[in-house]
Design a protein around this ligand. Sequence first.
Ligand code: CMC
Length: 429
Amino acid sequence: MSAKSGSFKIGDTTVDMPVKSGTIGPDVIDIGKLYNETGCFTFDPGFLSTAACESKITYIDGDEGILLHRGYPIEQLADHGDFLETCYLLLYGELPTSAQKAEFDYTVTRHTMVHDQMSRFFQGFRRDAHPMAVMVGAVGALAAFYHDSTDINDPTQRMIASIRMVAKMPTLAAMAYKYNIGQPFVYPKNDLDYASNFLRMCFAVPCEDYKVNPVLARALDRIFTLHADHEQNASTSTVRLAGSTGANPFACIAAGIAALWGPAHGGANEICLKMLMEIGTVDRIPHFIARAKDKNDPFRLMGFGHRVYKNFDPRAKIMHKTCHEVLAELGIKDDPLLDVAMELERIALSDPYFVERKLYPNVDFYSGITLKAMGFPTTMFTALFAVARTVGWIAQWTEMIGDPHQKIGRPRQLYTGAPHRDYPPIGKR
Ligand code: CMC
């Protein structure tokens, strides 16, 4: 990392601050000493201009529509590899050799079962619990089942916890789904690949054979790959913040799942589908477009826009193709929902309101349609996102734990409340 420097004048005080350059991307001004030297904090709600950490994992150029994991473009990873290969890359920093890949697949596969007591833990939830509520609880509870991998100072335990979470997350998500629909849990089957295993755990029943459709398995694997990591987004930052306190990895990932749940983040795919259903038919679209443009109406077109991608989302391009492959495989042609989706896409790409604000369809727009076609209920969409993102959270958490400059995350504030005042007795208020 090359170091430049800059100076800033704040009032009468001039402060010299190092300007650091990464391998690619904008430089950062190191303001770590700002408060000591000027008595001022910086103010950046939503972290629009703030880099909170140094990272070697994922790079995004939102203007150019670039997403790289460890330097490799997402398009190449999605086209040539599978999800577990991307997991290996994120966790270890390099693509695996064939032997390393075989060993990694084997290790992950052998960790897919969950402690049998977990199935009783599930019984404590209401049947109609949202799968994300179950996931937050069940993943947090893993710390109570796997005591031998909660010591964050032991690199071996850290890696075991990491593999456990990547391996068990699909099992837990499938259990959340089965519990919700009142069907028996389906155990993982170790001769299947990651995505096929998940499809089987979700859709197989004990009374029938289940044959995995390879087109759907490939599409699901691609959805997982596309969602594996995404730099310092809200849930990843949550994982890092929780991890900075020394909390165990299962607790940190549970915190990430909670943050992912929101409709402005991972919950967008579920809300997007609900919105398409609410619109219902193409003739009702103009009404919703007018609402999206109305400043006095909080309604937003879900599945459109992105905080970072302001030209196009490279994942959305791949997902668009995968979405059509799945619809063709399942013979879905005249789906009113799809008609609404395609018309919305056309409008967003041509209407000046959306074009000027660079509100392109994002990955969740297409993944929602794909998952629905595969048979997943909308409530499972964000849980699937959590399955995929777990590896990114863990890679980022591991990087943070290993960073010698890591400190507890502790943002400052601009206080605008009452200044000091004396406590009045209750009778005098
Ligand atoms: N529909 C209508 N108008 C929008 C939308 C939308 N989806 N998104 C942004 N705008 C408008 C917004 O009103 C504002 O207009 P103006 O400049 O006239 O005030 C302008 O575009 C900029 O909006 P912003 O809120 O400053 O943009 P942001 O970068 O802070 O927000 C976002 C990004 C993703 C939260 C937002 O676009 C949004 O709410 N989208 C819908 C939810 C969604 O699909 N989220 C999934 C993101 S991808 C998955 C993930 O990575 O988690």
